[in-house]
Design a protein around this ligand. Structure first.
Ligand code: HSE
Length: 441
C-alpha cells in the first residue's frame, strides 16, 4: 500500500486553456514536483468534449474520453480536476466525484459562488478535500494566504483587483486610447477572458471571486443576489481623466469587509482609488489583493490574474497539497469549516466616499441648489471642480461639467440625493456616480 501512496493519480476534466496548461506544466516540472512532494503527480485520464479537436499539448490518445463519468467511476484515480467551466454540469461532476470518494480540485468560481456551500458541506461529509486555489486571482496564492498564512487574523477588509480581463481592457483604453472592443479582442486572444467574456465585462467574474473571498474570510456564503456588481462597460475616458486630475485611478475593485455588527459587505464596482496607493499602479492582466488583518496589518498579493500558465500554477499547487495529504493521514482537508452565521449588509447601508459628475446648465445658482440639497441630506462635499471651457470637449456653450467628491455617506442616502439632482431642470444628462475608496481597514 505504501508504494501506491507515492503516486497521485489524476483525472483531468477539461483540456481547454487552463487544462492544457496543467498538463503541460506538470510535464515540464515533473521532476521538481516529485522531489518537493515526494510523490509522482500523474495525469492518468482526461475528459474532453471533442476527441478530434486540435490542441496545443500532445496527450496520449488512449488517455482521452468524452465522458467525465469515466473519470469519476475509475477506482484507480485519487483526484479529479474540474476545469470544464459552466455551472450545472460542473456541479454534477464535482458532486459525483466527491460521492465516489475522490478529492477534487476546481478553478470554477461561478460554480463555487452559486453552489459552494452545498459542495463544501458534501466534501466535509465525505471527508474529502475540495481545493480551489485557481478560482480566485489566477496565479496569486490568495486562498492559501488567507486560509493558512493569515489564519491568526480577523480579516478587517479585502480590496482586490480580481479580474484580469477588465483590468487589461481599462489599461489599454487609458494608456493607448484603444477602443473597448479592440482591447477586449486582445484580452481574448491572449487567453485572459472567459469563453464567454460577458462575465468579465459585467463584473460577475470578479463578483464570484468576491463571494469566495467573503466565505474564506467570514465563513459565510453570500448569495449572488446579496452582492452588488457593476462592470466596466460604462466607464468613459472623460471620467478617467477627471479622476486622474483629482489624484485617483478608476479600477474594477472588489470590496469585502465585515462591520462591527458582523454584517458582511461584498461588492464589485468601478471605483476611484488614490493614485498613491499601490493598487492604483496594478495594470494589464495583473491582479492584486490587499488583505487587512487585525494582527498583521495590511498585506498585498500581486501577480498574473489570468492566463494559462499562471492559473495552472495554482491548480498544480492544489495537486501538490493533495499529494501530501494522501501520504499524511492527518493532512488538512483543504477547506475551512468555520461558522456560517453571517448576514449580508444591505447595499443601501454601505458607506464610502463618492465621485459625482454632472452636466448642468451654466447659470447662477446651479451649484448652490445642488449644495443645498446635499446639505439637507447631511451629505458633505469634499471638493468641487468646474473645468474651464478650454478643456476640450468637456464643455459646450451654456453647459458646464461639475465634478464633486463627496465625504463618506450611506449609499441609499447618496443615491436618493442623486435621483433628486437628476430631476432638477438644470441637470442636462444622467449623473455619473462612482464610489471612491480610501482603502483603509
Ligand atoms: N477571465 C478571468 C480574468 C480569468 O480575466 O480574470 C481568471 O479568473
Amino acid at each position: 500500500m505504501a508504494a501506491e501512496r507515492t503516486t497521485l493519480r489524476i483525472g483531468l476534466a477539461g483540456l481547454g486553456n487552463v487544462g492544457a496548461g496543467v498538463y503541460k506544466n506538470l510535464e515540464k516540472n515533473r521532476q521538481l514536483l516529485t522531489e518537493r512532494t515526494g510523490a509522482h503527480l500523474e495525469v492518468r485520464r482526461i475528459a474532453v468534449r471533442d476527441l478530434a479537436r486540435a490542441r496545443d499539448v500532445a496527450v496520449p490518445a488512449e488517455m482521452l474520453t468524452t465522458r467525465w463519468q469515466d473519470l469519476v467511476e475509475d477506482p484507480s484515480l485519487d483526484i479529479i480536476v474540474e476545469l470544464i467551466g459552466g455551472v450545472e454540469e460542473a456541479r454534477a461532476l464535482v458532486t459525483a466525484a466527491l460521492k465516489a470518494g475522490k478529492a477534487v480540485v476546481t478553478g470554477n468560481k461561478a460554480l463555487l459562488a452559486e453552489h459552494g456551500k452545498e459542495l463544501i458541506q458534501l466534501a466535509e461529509q465525505q471527508n474529502k478535500p475540495l481545493y480551489l486555489e485557481a478560482a480566485v486571482a489566477g496565479g496569486i496564492p490568495i486562498i492559501k494566504a488567507v486560509r493558512e498564512a493569515l489564519v491568526g487574523n480577523h480579516i478587517n477588509a479585502i480590496y482586490g483587483i480580481i479580474n484580469g480581463t477588465s483590468n487589461y481592457i481599462l489599461t489599454r483604453m487609458t494608456t493607448l486610447g484603444l477602443s473597448f472592443e479592440d482591447a477586449l479582442a486582445e484580452a481574448t486572444a491572449l487567453g485572459y477572458a472567459e469563453a464567454d467574456p460577458t462575465l468579465d465585462i459585467n463584473g460577475w467574474d470578479a463578483g464570484h471571486k468576491a463571494i469566495i473571498l467573503a466565505w474564506l474570510s467570514y465563513g459565510h456564503w453570500l448569495r449572488p443576489a446579496e452582492v452588488t456588481v457593476t462592470g466596466i462597460e460604462n466607464i468613459s475616458l472623460t471620467d478617467v481623466g477627471f479622476a486622474r486630475r483629482l489624484g485617483y485611478e478608476i479600477k474594477l475593485l472588489g470590496v469585502i469587509r465585515q462591520d462591527g455588527g458582523g454584517l458582511v459587505e461584498a461588492r464589485v464596482q468601478a471605483t476611484l482609488i488614490p493614485k498613491k496607493h499601490i493598487l492604483a499602479s496594478v495594470s494589464g492582466v495583473f491582479n492584486a489583493v490587499a488583505v487587512h488583518g487585525d494582527v498583521v496589518g495590511e498585506t498585498l498579493f500581486y501577480g498574473s490574474g489570468a492566463g494559462q500558465d499562471a492559473t495552472s500554477s495554482s491548480v498544480i499547487a492544489d495537486l501538490a497539497d493533495a499529494a501530501e495529504n494522501l501520504s499524511n493521514e492527518l493532512g488538512s482537508n483543504g477547506f475551512i469549516p468555520h461558522g456560517d452565521t453571517g448576514k449580508a449588509k444591505p447595499i443601501e447601508d454601505t458607506v464610502s466616499q463618492y465621485y459625482l459628475r454632472l452636466r448642468v446648465a451654466d447659470t447662477p445658482g446651479t451649484l448652490a441648489r445642488i449644495a443645498t440639497l446635499l446639505a439637507k441630506r447631511n451629505i458633505g462635499i469634499l471638493s468641487v471642480i468646474q473645468p474651464d471651457p478650454e478643456e476640450g470637449d468637456t464643455q459646450s456653450s451654456g453647459t458646464a461639467h461639475l465634478v464633486l467628491t463627496i465625504h463618506d455617506a450611506a449609499f441609499g442616502n447618496m443615491r436618493a440625493a442623486v435621483d433628486e439632482i437628476e430631476a432638477f431642470d438644470c441637470t442636462l444628462e444622467k449623473p455619473v456616480l462612482l464610489r471612491m475608496e480610501t482603502l483603509g481597514s
